[in-house]
Design a protein around this ligand. Structure first.
Ligand code: DP6
Length: 363
């Protein structure tokens, strides 16, 4: 792992402690990560757009333990409330990354976190939550080292730490479009951390919109770790990983040239292939809701009638992400209106591609 290899002492932590605060967004994958190797490494490269309105704000305060070396110890508050299940997940995560931060065994952490989106909105919070936490841990390390957050190696390390918490989180440490996983078409790409797209996408994609149609806001039917696990020994695993690699090459070309038709075809193929993997796994899982299918059919109908630039993707769940360029906002608004009745409580969350995480002043 790069960065953070300078030694320092935690003896000089000021009496009031040290703190770091970051706002980090969620992301939506266009090329899906589904299947992993040991060490939280991906079976194929994935590509996502970092969102703007769906984000987590996390503040981490560190103070020196009475018995340095016995930590890390952490207390976790989510939206002001002490949250024991989350605390236990965070403590396990902190122990797993303790060897990457010289200061961690010596400190007690007080972590406070909150999301811009409601807990049961059907938006995965692990990408924004884990990336915000990883950025705070790296920012604290930078303070110990007397460096600026954002110095060379900072985001790479934050991304690889986020990855250890949740794979997709590693893509949220940059704005715009990011790639995680080694791929021959992406210079500098790595299985350990994500990298920002190495070229400016065609202007068609610069203000890409994502309207999230909340079909079901409930808990996921399959946890990500179980889902990834089902790719081990899956009869179609190898062809799926090869397909993802080919789709990534095709998508990169479309992003460069501004070819919406190719972009849409690949994005939808990825989403449906992800669901196809779950349909064909043992045990099988149907992760869509009947309304997800109705919505997909309506999108296709609308596209045939209007030739509008609009397409869909899904995560491992029933909600539909409607993707369209800024120039289509008005036309797609009528489509969204007509789809609301298929959503839970008519719920649609409007988002768009964002600039990535921001460091905040701690209060
Ligand atoms: C379908 O990142 O949630 O959203 O690494 O086990 O935390 P873990 O999995 P996670 O998997 C995300 C899967 C996906 C596709 C994607 O985001 O690439």
């Amino acid at each position: 792992m790069k960065g953070g290899d300078m030694t320092y002492s935690t003896k000089d932590i000021p009496a009031e402690g040290l703190s770091a605060c970051w706002k980090s967004p969620s992301n939506i994958a266009l090329i899906k990560y589904w299947g992993k190797l040991g060490g939280q490494l991906p079976a194929n490269a994935s590509l996502s757009i970092t969102l703007s309105n769906a984000y987590t704000v996390t503040r981490v305060a560190a103070s020196r333990l009475d018995t340095p070396g016995s930590g890390p110890e952490a207390e976790f508050r989510f939206e002001g409330e002490l949250n024991l299940p989350f605390s236990s997940r965070i403590n396990t995560f902190l122990k797993s990354v303790a060897s990457h931060f010289q200061y961690l065994p010596d400190v007690k952490l007080s972590i406070e976190s909150g999301n811009s989106f409601p807990h049961s909105a059907g938006i995965a919070s692990s990408a924004s939550g884990m990336s915000a936490l990883a950025l705070c841990l790296c920012a604290l390390e930078a303070q110990f080292q007397g460096k600026e957050a954002g110095a060379p190696g900072f985001y790479e390390k934050a991304s690889s730490i986020a990855r250890l918490g949740s794979g997709s989180a590693c893509r949220s440490v940059y704005g715009g479009i990011t790639v995680w996983g080694r791929h021959h078409d992406v210079p500098g790409s790595s299985d350990e951390y994500a990298v920002p797209l190495h070229f400016d996408p065609h202007p068609l994609f610069s203000g890409l919109r994502d309207a999230i149609l909340i079909v079901d806001p409930g808990e996921k039917k399959v946890s990500s770790s179980v889902g990834h696990g089902l790719m081990n020994g899956h009869p179609f695993a190898e062809s799926r990983f090869a397909q993802a690699g080919k789709n990534l090459s095709g998508l990169l070309a479309a992003l460069k040239s501004g070819d919406w038709q190719v972009f849409a075809r690949i994005v939808e193929n990825e989403a449906l292939s992800l669901h196809a993997m779950m349909l064909a796994s043992d045990p099988w899982f149907i992760l869509m809701h009947p309304n997800s299918l109705l919505i997909i059919n309506k999108i296709e109908e609308f596209r045939k009638q209007t030739e509008a630039k609009v397409c869909f993707t899904l995560d491992a769940g029933p909600n539909i992400h409607l993707l369209f360029p800024e120039e289509e906002t008005e036309r797609v608004a009528t489509l969204i209106k007509s789809l609301k009745s298929y959503c839970f409580n008519d719920k649609v969350i409007e988002d768009l591609v964002g600039e990535g995480p921001k460091q905040l002043t701690c209060r």
